[in-house]
Design a binder for this molecule. Structure first.
Ligand SMILES: Cc1cc2nc3c(=O)[nH]c(=O)nc-3n(C[C@H](O)[C@H](O)[C@H](O)COP(=O)(O)O)c2cc1C
Length: 294
């Protein structure tokens, strides 16, 4: 349980800690001070310490020396941030240059600042920079895509597959065969159509079956992707691998995540062979105010 104390002599009774903690409801205003009445309910987000205007909260997880003041002047401007958001692209051509492990460590560290459901902070990463392992995973995945396609085209196995995977996925079997064949073709030309010959494959993983686990991982991954872009590296999410991982015990075993952990997002990382020079336009999202009710 968190140890939280409010310094009654400093507390202004402004209620900021009570209000920012409106879900866990750790604090209450008593006669002349705020009091941490339910420290057992604290989920360790640190918002109380972060918001207190007079540093009156002593929280064992958030000593003030680890919580520097936010210097708004050091934040990128909206324009600078927009350039970064627009500059990030999915890269599928990587230079033959390894990525130092400290660089990967720093990027993984930057992933932690994303939001997570209930402040779970549960996203961990596995990094594969062993070329032979990446090749093995890629080949096994392509084989599975082709196998799935073949089973889906066969009228007998198609019915069984429909029961297990549903009509929609099996309908895609023909596409899967074509895709698998194309991938194998590129593979035999010495290219890796799955991981794009990237020097590092990153797998964001969480405890299995937790609600919103995928959302947590995607936020973490996007932070990592933006930071990678800023550091002159490039990334691409690899959904194909995710799809196969979710359906193939063999590929899951080859990946070797710790027991009880599920892969939620897969990225490739490396230095771009052809850095992008121009920002391109994008569809403007529709925005509906107060959509009419049924
Ligand atoms: C959920 C998801 C899965 C994706 N899977 C793949 C993939 O398997 N292989 C690939 O080359 N790109 C993949 N991408 C990258 C998209 O193709 C890319 O984001 C899109 O074309 C937009 O381009 P941009 O990222 O350069 O802006 C994926 C992206 C997302 C969001």
């Amino acid at each position: 349980m968190s140890q939280i104390k409010v310094d009654a002599t400093a507390c202004l009774r402004c209620g900021a800690c009570v209000q920012v903690c409106s879900t866990a409801r750790v604090f209450e205003i008593h006669d002349d001070t705020s009091v941490a009445v339910r420290p057992d309910a604290c989920w360790g987000c640190g918002q109380c310490v972060s918001v207190c205007p007079v540093d009156a909260i002593d929280h064992d997880q958030f000593p003030l020396e680890k919580c520097p003041l936010i210097d708004r002047g050091r934040e990128p401007t909206a324009e600078q941030l927009t350039v970064l958001l627009r500059a990030r692209r999915s890269t599928r051509t990587f230079a033959e240059r390894p990525v130092a492990r400290e660089v990967v460590r720093d990027l993984v560290n930057s992933s932690r600042w994303g939001p997570s459901a209930g402040n779970s902070q549960d996203v961990d990463w596995a990094a594969i920079d062993d070329r032979a392992r990446i090749t093995e995973l890629s080949k096994a995945t392509i084989d599975q895509i082709r196998r799935f396609g073949r089973l889906g085209k066969n009228p007998v196995t198609r019915l069984v597959l429909r029961l297990f995977l549903g009509r929609e996925l099996v309908k895609n079997a023909a596409r899967s065969v074509r895709l698998g064949d194309e991938m194998l073709d590129r593979w035999s030309q010495g290219r890796d159509p799955l991981f794009h010959n990237a020097p590092v494959v990153l797998v964001g993983h969480t405890r299995g079956r937790r609600p919103f686990a995928r959302d947590d991982a995607i936020f973490a991954a996007y932070n990592l992707m933006l930071m990678a872009e800023r550091q002159g590296l490039a990334t691409c999410q690899i959904g194909f691998f995710q799809i196969v991982l979710e359906r193939s015990r063999k590929v899951r075993r080859m990946l070797g995540l710790p027991e009880g952990r599920n892969a939620q997002v897969i990225l490739v990382l490396g230095y771009p062979q052809h850095p992008f020079r121009r920002l391109v336009p994008r569809r403007t999202p529709e925005l509906t105010w107060n959509p009419s009710q049924e």
